[in-house]
Write a protein that binds this ligand. Structure first.
Ligand SMILES: NC(=O)c1ccc[n+]([C@@H]2O[C@H](COP(=O)([O-])OP(=O)(O)OC[C@H]3O[C@@H](n4cnc5c(N)ncnc54)[C@H](O)[C@@H]3O)[C@@H](O)[C@H]2O)c1
Length: 430
């Protein structure tokens, strides 16, 4: 059932956030007259909570911010608890795959602008639970678009990722927004599929959509299943860093404050119908990242041997894009720039996790495993919810960590999966 969380409920919540710094972006634009009530999906997650905090504080008196989130395992109300007393902030507990939740929120808060961040986001998990990724990222986005088409909004900002382009060769050029989408993992495929729906709804039903494809974002408030917070938490616990493959894979990293500025810029200056890459100039290999993190903890990191002392090599992903490379000049033409150097951002981030990471999300020990597996209880709970019969024992037997096994013949599996999709799509039609 949808429900609004009141300030009393929040007061009872763990109060680790009370002495934490209030973190937001730096940009401010002339408030727009057709933007009043902004629904931000996934608002209790990492990037969206930065945007929620930034917009709520920067545009107080102009915009109301409604954070819409189902509070999945990676979310926490601590991410926005400092806004609890702000009159222009509301939290709405709802699920984007449930049409009744979305419609109720759109109507109750007279939403005129949607910024859609909610998603299943952990690539590692997508190799095992790809169904969850299709359900949330594709079917959820479809449900949201149906509701938005019916309700009507002035702007729909859809948050996608650089991963939709797939791998870029080491000597490959940075990709512009019109490059082909060639995703290589189930997460990226679900994000690319969601984009297809967004574009179709823009063309067919004039949903005023803008698509944003960002490089990797890092910073405080990110759930410690992703590499920077996870490695920081491992080092803090005196544990070894689990490095995928040979450590030569690179990612471009953007500090979350700069990402919040990018979304603020796109909200105020972006053109409907356009796609914007958000590019970082900091391309870092996983090995270099390990080395820099060791430095943050005062551990020797001068030579390969010194770094490897703190590293265990673990099984790589079934496919792991070696690098991504987007050209972000189109967004820069709107005035956005990357302000935070990787060294500064990393230092702020590590410092934050040392102080708050241990308590922010409760006990996260099971998420620090090398290639995260879904705990058996969660398998069973998900099986119950999706009506799929899942056997963790078989999963163990085939020796592939992180992989769900669905019991039954391929026919039975397909039928069950189709039934699940039908029930979700039925809710959209109802
Ligand atoms: N983190 C990155 O580096 C990165 C880079 C590029 C793009 N993105 C995109 O940015 C967006 C946010 O990513 P993030 O890393 O901050 O995510 P996150 O995993 O920290 O947060 C996702 C949020 O979505 C919520 N959510 C999940 N399913 C939902 C549902 N059915 N209904 C309502 N809420 C639901 C979760 O509770 C959580 O709060 C995603 O769309 C992701 O694909 C992320």
């Amino acid at each position: 059932m949808p429900c609004s969380i009141t300030s009393d409920t929040l007061k009872d919540h763990v109060s680790v956030w009370e002495d934490a710094p209030f973190l937001q972006g730096t940009t401010r634009f002339e408030p727009q007259s057709d933007v009043n009530n902004i629904m931000i999906t996934g608002g209790a997650g990492f990037i969206a909570s930065w945007v929620v905090r930034h917009l709520a504080r920067t545009y107080h008196g102009h915009y109301n911010i409604i954070s819409f989130d189902k509070l999945d395992y990676c979310a926490t109300l601590n991410n926005t608890a400092q806004l609890d007393k702000d009159s222009n902030f509301t939290f709405y507990k709802g699920d984007i795959t449930k049409r009744e939740d979305v419609m109720d929120c759109l109507r109750k808060h007279n939403v005129d602008t949607v910024m859609h961040f909610a998603a299943q986001t952990h690539v590692d998990l997508s190799f095992g639970n790809s169904n969850d990724f299709t359900s949330t990222n594709v079917v959820g986005t479809h449900a949201l678009l149906e509701c938005v088409k019916y309700h009507g909004v002035n702007k729909f900002i859809h948050v996608s990722t650089d991963e939709v382009y797939g791998e870029v060769k080491d000597d490959g050029k940075d990709l512009l927004e019109d490059a082909l989408l060639l995703p290589t993992n189930p997460y990226a495929a679900s994000k690319a599929a969601a984009e297809m729906y967004v574009e179709a709804y823009r063309k067919s039903f004039q949903v005023p959509a803008i698509v944003v494809r960002s490089n990797n974002v890092y910073g405080p408030h990110q759930f410690p299943e992703k590499v920077i917070p996870k490695f920081s938490m491992l080092l803090q616990r005196g544990q070894q860093l689990s490095l995928h493959g040979d450590g030569t894979h690179t990612r471009r990293y953007l500090y979350a404050g700069d990402a919040a500025d990018a979304f603020d810029t796109i909200l105020h200056k972006g053109q409907v119908g356009q796609v914007y890459n958000v590019g970082s100039s900091d391309e870092i290999s996983n090995f270099t990242l390990c080395s820099m993190l060791l430095g943050q903890f005062g551990l020797s990191n001068e030579t390969k041997e010194e770094v490897y002392k703190h590293v265990v090599h673990c099984e790589d992903r079934p496919f792991n894009d070696h690098r991504y490379a987007v050209d972000g000049s189109k967004l820069k033409q709107l005035g956005w720039q990357q302000n935070t150097t990787f060294a500064d951002g990393l230092s702020t981030t590590v410092d934050w996790y040392r102080k708050y990471g241990g308590k922010w999300w409760g006990d996260i020990s099971d998420r620090l495993a090398p290639f995260p597996t879904v705990p058996p209880e969660e398998h069973i709970e998900r099986a119950r919810n999706t009506e799929l019969a899942i056997s963790p024992a078989r999963s163990k037997k085939n020796g592939k960590r992180g992989f769900d096994e669905v019991e039954g013949s391929p026919e039975t599996k397909r039928r069950r999966e189709n039934d699940h999709m039908d029930s979700v799509l039925g809710a959209i039609k109802a």
